[in-house]
Write a protein that binds this ligand. Structure first.
Ligand SMILES: [Zn+2]
Length: 263
């Protein structure tokens, strides 16, 4: 990625750019980790970069989409590397100072940052965009499957599951194992492995996988004594309540090889 100082001559003819980015920075601004639809925040990111350099000297700013690690910083020789969630492009002066304080190891900044994160968390939509979702496969329409599976749950639970998205995932490599589905908590998104989009895969099996992923939304992973428990006993008990549980398990056992061979 380029930073403000890399603007070439064409900028001279583009008064808007000149107006938007009046200051150059010495460090780099890296937005390559952001999904393309978020890269439009570049002018604001640049402004944040400029303000951080005013306080910290050379800053390499990397914007991320990482919700688990919103902000981190490290010193690399004469440069400060700051990794920040893209929500920080909307920082007010107090937050920018707090980021700089945190980067220089000064105490007391953490609370300002945490408040900012709390205030902005909900304002940012992490929901997947429509064109990111691919529900229609060759044989299964996952939107239809999801609606059908949701009916299995009782009303209050179903409400809890409202707003969950579903999409076909990408084809992975390797033929030794397969993950039929996954659930992304942050984005409330179920991904189903495209290997299941086959004529010979029964409806009830795809439904079972969707049901299983929905249970992940109901029973989040728990920190156990020795390790993180993903499939808790409550999870497993409810999994067995799937109307065709036995049939689905038997089908999986009998057809796993065939699925792997057709990944
Ligand atoms: Zn699972």
């Amino acid at each position: 990625m380029t930073d403000g100082s890399n603007n070439n001559q064409s900028t001279l003819f583009d008064w808007q750019d000149v107006d938007d980015e009046p200051r150059t920075t010495r460090g780099t601004l890296d937005m390559s980790e952001l999904p393309s639809e978020l890269r439009g925040c570049r002018p604001r990111a640049h402004k944040l970069h400029v303000r951080l350099e005013e306080l910290l000297g050379i800053v390499d700013l990397i914007l991320t989409d990482n919700r688990r690690r919103m902000l981190s910083s490290r010193r690399r020789r004469n440069r400060q590397e700051i990794r920040a969630h893209h929500m920080f492009v909307n920082s007010c002066d107090a937050t920018v100072s707090a980021i700089a304080d945190l980067a220089s190891g000064r105490k007391g900044a953490r609370q300002t940052i945490q408040q900012f994160i709390q205030d902005n968390r909900d304002a940012i939509s992490f929901a997947p965009s429509d064109d990111e979702l691919q529900q229609r496969g060759e044989h299964f329409n996952l939107g239809v499957v999801l609606r059908k599976v949701l009916k299995i749950f009782a009303e209050p639970v179903r409400d809890e599951l409202d707003g969950i998205h579903i999409t076909w995932g990408r084809r992975g490599r390797g033929t030794k194992s397969i993950r039929f589905g996954s659930y992304d908590f942050d984005r409330k998104l179920i991904r189903i492995h495209p290997a299941l989009d086959r004529r010979w895969v029964p409806d009830y099996f795809v439904e079972f996988i969707v049901y299983h992923e929905l249970l992940h939304a109901i029973f989040p992973p728990r920190e156990g004594q020795t390790r993180r428990e993903v499939h808790t006993p409550e999870f497993r008990a409810m999994e067995k309540q799937f109307p065709h549980y036995e049939k689905a398990m038997a089908w999986e056992a009998a057809n796993l090889r065939r699925i792997l061979d057709n990944k």
